[in-house]
Design a protein around this ligand. Structure first.
Ligand SMILES: NC(=O)c1ccc[n+]([C@@H]2O[C@H](COP(=O)([O-])OP(=O)(O)OC[C@H]3O[C@@H](n4cnc5c(N)ncnc54)[C@H](OP(=O)(O)O)[C@@H]3O)[C@@H](O)[C@H]2O)c1
Length: 367
């Protein structure tokens, strides 16, 4: 049976953007979501695609969608709350897996727990295959290639520019960001993966000649860049969305780290946040997205801290980048053009030049 692409979460904000990006590539994904009426309406609008009902609360409904060699793309999040059933179903059914998460704890579980289960089965798990964290993987790999054999540290920063800014987040992104706030994070330091609290460090990046502050987060780059270059001792990933609020945000995160050590407090805060931030409230429309640009900067350093190479990529709004890379990655995976098995980064899975070419096709280019 030829492999098919199943898009789970198709009726959500990012899911629908992804469905449209897939159709624009000439793909015919099976659309899956929990509301039969809504998924059937979308499938019809997109040219008569197959529509299926699936719910994370009924994992068997996911299993019935998949066969060995299929490609499951999921945008059902927050992933720390709702992500595991789709990941587990992909592994059970031996399907390749791509998701839209940006949540560090979920990413860590994919690399440390799910990856070793998937590898012997020959399937690939591509987590955070969107704005988080494909552009940083690309910029980081390009900087490493240019820096040569003396590179020991890479620092990657993500920035949004334009009228939309971080205010143009979807309900799902706000819900996911809220969930991450109380979680511990991680980073590649001293040649090993270390646990650290979220927003542990702040540093500034030169973005288009301006110094912009950014706060540390856990990205896939901590796992994937050392896999590309085992000499790397340090990887830093930073989010520069918050401007002058960056330092206060770090202080709030540090406060939360202390408060959430009190038994029961973390669960209560997370539950309160889940009630407050609902998700599924839509996101910026096309006009608003067009007013926002993404800028990603990566610098490779030597052991003495000397900058060896910097790559800056500029491209469309983060949601358009997410839909584009999920569609492109699913297309490549379904065509059997994926190298390796287990939890992989996009450069490892697809190769640097093909990834660079795909990014350029979608307008994400060096600036
Ligand atoms: N990595 C990145 O750069 C990036 C970019 C964009 C989004 N994201 C992430 O992607 C996720 C989705 O974001 P979004 O903006 O699309 O949010 P959203 O509109 O709230 O979408 C969430 C999706 O989850 C579905 N869902 C919730 N509970 C479900 C259940 N029990 N069974 C089946 N489906 C269920 C929703 O279904 P309904 O349609 O029925 O409500 C909806 O399709 C979030 O975690 C967000 O952080 C990441």
């Amino acid at each position: 049976m030829p492999s098919k692409i199943v898009l789970f979460g198709a009726t959500g904000y990012t899911g629908e953007l992804t469905a449209r990006a897939m159709v624009a590539r000439g793909l015919q994904p099976v659309l899956a979501a929990r509301s039969r009426a809504r998924v059937e309406t979308l499938a019809k609008e997109l040219g008569g695609l197959e529509a299926r009902v699936a719910d994370v609360n009924a994992p068997a409904s996911l299993d019935t969608l998949l066969h060995e060699g299929d490609v499951l793309v999921t945008t059902v999040g927050p992933f720390m709350r709702w992500g595991s059933p789709a990941l587990d179903a992909a592994i059970r059914r031996r399907a390749h897996y791509l998701d839209s998460t940006g949540e560090g704890p979920f990413i860590r579980d994919v690399f440390e727990k799910a990856g070793p289960r998937a590898e012997p089965l020959g399937i690939a798990l591509l987590t955070a295959m969107g704005y988080d964290f494909v552009p940083g993987n690309l910029a980081g790999a390009m900087a490493l290639e240019r820096a040569g054999e003396n590179a020991r540290r890479v620092e990657v920063g993500y920035f949004w520019q334009g009228a939309g800014g971080a205010g143009g987040m979807s309900g799902g992104t706000r819900a996911s960001a809220a969930g991450v706030l109380f979680e511990s994070s991680f980073a590649w330091r001293g040649g090993a993966m270390r646990r650290e609290r979220g927003a542990r460090s702040v540093r500034s990046f030169n973005v288009d000649g301006r110094e912009v502050q950014a706060v540390s987060i856990g990205g896939t780059e901590h796992f994937t860049l050392p896999a590309l270059d085992p000499r790397l001792e340090e990887v830093g990933v930073y989010l520069g969305w918050f401007g002058p609020l960056t330092r206060p945000l770090q202080a709030v995160a540090a406060g939360n780290a202390a408060i959430t050590k009190v038994p029961g407090v973390k669960q209560a805060l997370t539950a309160a946040m889940a009630r407050f931030v609902k998700g599924s409230t839509g996101g910026p429309d096309e006009a608003a997205r067009e007013q926002t640009r993404s800028v990603i900067v990566a610098t490779a350093y030597d052991a003495a801290g000397k900058g060896l190479a910097t790559v800056q990529l500029t491209g469309p709004n983060g949601y358009d980048i997410t839909a584009a890379f999920l569609a492109w990655g699913a297309d490549r995976a379904a065509a059997g053009e994926i190298h390796g098995a287990g939890a992989l980064g996009p450069v490892e899975a697809f190769g640097l030049e093909p990834l660079k070419a795909a990014a350029a096709e979608y307008g994400l280019v060096e600036s």
